[in-house]
Design a protein around this ligand. Structure first.
Ligand code: SAM
Length: 214
């Protein structure tokens, strides 16, 4: 994600009706926030929110929460919501390391990781969103039998992510190295901003869907 420090973005985010402020992060409160008990799905590392905004429009029966660490990036998602507000989409300006401060045990039905930052240096492996350290956090907040989906065009990151499953106690339901070449898996696929960009360059898109082994 290209970053520019947009002046005033922190202030806009702090006061925005679509962003749940830190003082209101309470595990177990999403039903109250949305005013219903619909299933809850989250995207970790949402970027500008294209994927989740489209998903929320397509699936009014599901509540969505986007998590993004940079105010200047989150601002774009917020601006999209101001143009086209949706009752079933909210945002958190949050470092994903803190997920369990905002989501209770088993509160989330599905987790999306899309084109996560690769952190190519070995010493930064723990920061990769599909790492075993993050899988342990997802394990807390994801409901039993919940699913996690990960898409990327970065083959090295994808291989790393696959290697993390067994030690973390997760299993793949499906794995593809060419999502766009698989008509069955493409049914209902919503393209993310990065997916559009990299598939247009001819990069194959890798995807897995995983669940916990018990
Ligand atoms: N998911 C979007 C897509 O597919 O178009 C954006 C992908 S972009 C490469 C990754 C985004 O994840 C960036 O906006 C980055 O700021 C965010 N991000 C990375 N690590 C994060 C973390 N630990 N907590 C929250 N956001 C994170």
């Amino acid at each position: 994600m290209r970053l520019r420090n947009i002046t005033g973005s922190k202030e806009v985010i702090a006061e925005n009706e679509f962003v749940v402020p830190e003082e209101e992060w309470k595990p177990g409160h999403w039903r109250e926030i949305f005013g219903n008990d619909h299933p809850l799905q989250i995207e970790v590392g949402m970027g500008k929110g294209k994927f989740l905004h489209t998903m929320a429009k397509l699936h009014p029966e599901i509540n969505f929460v986007g998590i993004e660490k940079y105010s200047s990036v989150l601002l774009r998602a917020v601006q999209k919501m101001e143009k086209e507000p949706l009752p079933n989409l909210r945002f958190l300006r949050m470092e994903a390391e803190e997920l369990t401060r905002a989501f209770g045990p088993g509160e989330v039905d599905r987790i999306y990781l899309n084109f996560s930052d690769p952190w190519p240096k070995d010493r930064h492996a723990k920061r990769r969103l599909p790492s075993r350290e993050f899988l342990a956090r997802y394990d807390v907040i994801l409901k039993k039998n919940g699913r996690l989906e990960f898409k990327t065009d970065n083959r090295e990151l994808f291989e790393f992510a696959l290697g993390e499953l067994e030690p973390a106690g997760w299993e793949a339901e499906f794995v593809t190295y060419d999502l766009h070449g698989d008509a069955d898996l493409m049914a209902g696929n919503v393209m993310t901003e990065y997916e559009e960009k990299f598939s247009a360059l001819g990069n194959p898109i890798c995807k897995y869907q995983i669940y916990r082994k018990y």
